[in-house]
Design a protein around this ligand. Structure first.
Ligand SMILES: [Zn+2]
Length: 194
């Protein structure tokens, strides 16, 4: 049995991924990207790590914890700036506007995070347990896989029954592939020697 990518214990859940390498290029015409497929990557995640991840993703407040803390800090800073403006700075509007902007930014950020957390929770709760665990294991796998190789960004397409059912247009949208790369990925995923 392969070892868990996160804790190195035996990993019961096997995963296979197709690596995608994306190179963002900035030139006079703006930003464009060059993309290529990498190879297949095999990994495993243990049930314990998958369950931990699943519990995390089922809690809308915890699932974006770091980002939530960031927005909460921005929110508190906004309030502090407003208090300072009205006490020490005698209501100078520039600072008041800055404080108000920070408060709005904090609230909108938190709202958006919690909304996406709730959506993820609904999505996972509607799945059979085995599938939800697989999804959580996939999150653990992606979090522990390299996201960069020199200048290229690395991303991963899960090779599972859901992906095998998708058309190349779906792959293109889901995994942000260029049209030609989506076709190539489709062919590679459906190779018989897989
Ligand atoms: Zn583990």
């Amino acid at each position: 049995m392969k070892q868990c990518i996160s804790c190195k214990e035996p990993g019961e859940i096997s995963l296979r991924a197709l690596e995608v390498r994306t190179l963002p290029i900035r030139d006079l015409g703006g930003e464009r990207k060059v993309q290529a497929l990498g190879g297949f990557v095999d990994g495993a995640v243990c049930e314990k790590c998958a369950r931990k991840q699943l519990a995390l993703e089922l809690d809308p407040l915890q699932s974006n914890r770091r980002s939530n803390i960031g927005f909460a800090i921005v929110f508190v800073m906004g309030i502090l700036i407003l208090i300072l403006t009205y006490t020490l700075l005698k209501g100078q509007w520039v600072y008041a506007a800055l404080g108000a902007a920070a408060i709005i930014c904090g609230v909108l950020g938190l709202y958006d995070n919690i909304r996406s957390g709730i959506r993820r929770k609904k999505e996972l709760s509607s799945l059979p347990e085995k599938k939800a665990l697989y999804q959580a294991a996939w999150s653990v796998f992606v979090q522990n896989s390299p996201s960069k190789d020199e200048d290229a960004d690395l991303s991963y397409i899960p090779i599972d029954e859901d992906t095998l059912r998708r058309k190349n247009g779906d792959l293109m949208i889901l995994y942000k592939l260029l049209p030609a790369i989506a076709v190539e990925a489709y062919n590679k995923i459906h190779q018989k020697d897989l």
